[in-house]
Design a protein around this ligand. Structure first.
Ligand SMILES: Nc1ncnc2c1ncn2[C@@H]1O[C@H](COP(=O)(O)OP(=O)(O)OP(=O)(O)O)[C@@H](O)[C@H]1O
Length: 303
């Protein structure tokens, strides 16, 4: 049985289908990322999965339960990262963790959790006085306090500095190593590449792709680029080499785009032609190219 199963889910606000016919499943011990441009519907979808919002149509199962009707059962087994400090301003970090521990049958010891998240020194600070990144880490600690089987993380590392972001990635990897399941949204392609077993790309409410990073790049990444400096003018025969889609010259550099084993084919072709390669670089498409090809926008335009 899938941990999360979402069938043909639509959530409309008036005429706007913020989530539009999304079907997806998340299996046990997977980390699945949801990415998409601003306003794509990621948070709305996550809210529906978390039981904070109700789909206009379609159905959702989480651990075999309905996220809305069975919220009390799921609360013990699912962790949700809060986004706003509204309910905690007058509490100190340690008090907030103590309070949340009291909600659960088997809470984890929270001091080691603060250590792992790098905020042990903030135990006696008011939540309201923390920096954005520190508060974010408190919310992660609160989401983890009952050692949930399934964790929902919405923009996990958005206000964190690079060091804290890497530490947070380790936290997620550790959660996965312990057999848990994670569904996260992110605006960072490198985060999706680093953490996710599969990535769902949402655009205008619709699920446009769902696959491993490698699968997405091979299906939607487009061409790789090989830049060569040769000891002679570019042989015109390069255009007919298997896998090559285009050949251009820029000053002394030959720029060849293609797919599959095109680079190897090009090099053998040049060797046979007696040409000498004096410099060579190769760049392959990544998730940025996948995102651009599927949504028409770069990720930098999106946040
Ligand atoms: N309660 C609401 N009432 C009306 N419209 C809403 C509501 N919540 C979301 N929307 C709209 O639904 C669309 C999807 O919003 P959502 O917050 O899910 O996008 P997102 O992908 O999470 O965006 P971002 O990356 O900016 O966080 C947006 O056009 C948003 O304005």
């Amino acid at each position: 049985m899938s941990v999360v199963s979402c069938r043909d889910v639509t959530r409309s606000f008036g005429d706007l289908a913020a989530v539009d016919g999304v079907s997806l499943s998340v299996e046990q011990n997977e980390v699945v990322g949801i990415i998409g441009p601003n306003g794509a519907g990621k948070t709305t979808l996550l809210n529906c999965l978390e039981g904070l919002d109700v789909p206009t149509s379609g159905s959702i199962d989480v651990l075999g339960f309905c996220p809305v009707k069975d919220a009390h059962v799921l609360a013990q087994r699912v962790g949700v990262q809060l986004q706003h400090a509204a309910l905690l301003p007058r509490l100190k970090v340690g008090e907030a963790l103590e309070l949340f521990s009291s909600f659960y049958a088997r809470p984890m010891p929270w001091r080691p959790l603060l250590e792992t998240l790098g905020i042990a020194a903030k135990e006696k600070s008011y939540v309201a006085k923390l920096s954005g990144g520190e508060r974010q880490r408190v919310f992660i600690a609160l989401a983890l306090i009952h050692d949930p089987e399934l964790l929902f993380l919405d923009e996990l590392t958005t206000s964190l500095d690079p060091q804290a972001r890497l530490a947070m990635w380790e936290v997620v990897r550790d959660i996965r190593r312990r057999g848990k399941t994670v569904v996260l949204t992110t605006h960072y392609m490198e985060e999706a590449e680093a953490l996710c077993d599969r990535v769902a790309i949402i655009n205008q409410g619709r699920l446009v792709a769902l696959d491993t990073v490698r699968g997405l790049i091979s299906a939607h990444g487009g061409d790789s680029t090989l830049r060569l400096t040769l000891d002679r003018p570019t042989p015109p025969t390069l255009t007919s080499v298997e896998g090559v889609s285009s050949v251009n010259s820029d000053n002394a550099v030959t720029i060849i785009r293609g797919r599959g084993a095109f680079a190897q084919n090009v090099l053998s072709h040049l060797t046979q032609a007696g040409a000498v390669v004096t410099d060579m670089t190769m760049s392959s498409p990544g998730m940025e190219e996948v995102f651009l090809n599927l949504t028409g926008r770069t990720m930098r335009e999106a946040p």
